[in-house]
Design a protein around this ligand. Structure first.
Ligand code: ZN
Length: 180
């Protein structure tokens, strides 16, 4: 994974917990030297190990930390690459363009992107159902992405997740309801 992802994790921890906490986490975590250059590549395991250290330090569950991180990451990437958010002018068209738009960016950030697939259903004009399939089963990441995008487009949504791979299904269904 590119160093920029590590930089964003550092920014989030420093913003929410302060720089001292980030330095403590680096001191406890022995998987790397703690210096990450945006364009360099680092092993995925180093990021996972840092996220685990953040969970241990903040006593927050992994789902919460990862979800918050993705939401924060989205805002950072949106600020760095505004062009990718100019064309879809509303949240729903953005969500429907994830496979073709966001994944172009993700391929630059990950060395071996194992990208999820999204299929869509629109049972009602106010509801978008996103069918998520990925061997990584990171539906928590998909939810964080939707929340980050909703904040960017200043749109209120309700997300429900009635079908989940972590409950034995072959996919996750994320129901996004657009609130007026
Ligand atoms: Zn799920």
């Amino acid at each position: 994974m590119k160093g920029v992802i590590f930089n964003v994790l550092e920014e989030m921890v420093e913003e929410h917990c302060g720089m001292a906490v980030w330095n403590e986490i680096l001191n406890e975590d022995l998987s790397g030297d703690g210096i990450y250059t945006a364009g360099e590549s680092y092993p995925d395991e180093q990021l996972f190990s840092l996220v685990e250290a953040v969970c241990a330090r903040t006593k927050l569950p992994m789902e919460k930390v990862v979800g918050d991180f993705v939401e924060f990451l989205f805002a950072q990437l949106a600020a760095r690459h505004p062009v990718f958010l100019e064309n879809p002018t509303d949240l729903k068209s953005f969500l429907k363009s994830i496979d073709s738009v966001i994944h172009v960016e993700v391929r630059k950030l990950y060395d071996n992107p194992n990208l999820p697939e999204f299929e869509y259903d629109e049972p009602d004009p106010d509801i978008l159902v996103m069918h998520y399939r990925s061997p990584r089963k990171l539906c928590v990441l998909a939810e964080g992405l939707i929340r980050g995008a909703a904040a960017h487009y200043k749109t209120s949504v309700e997300i429900s997740h009635p079908i989940c791979m972590h409950k034995g299904a072959d996919r996750c269904d994320l129901h996004v309801r657009f609130l007026p």
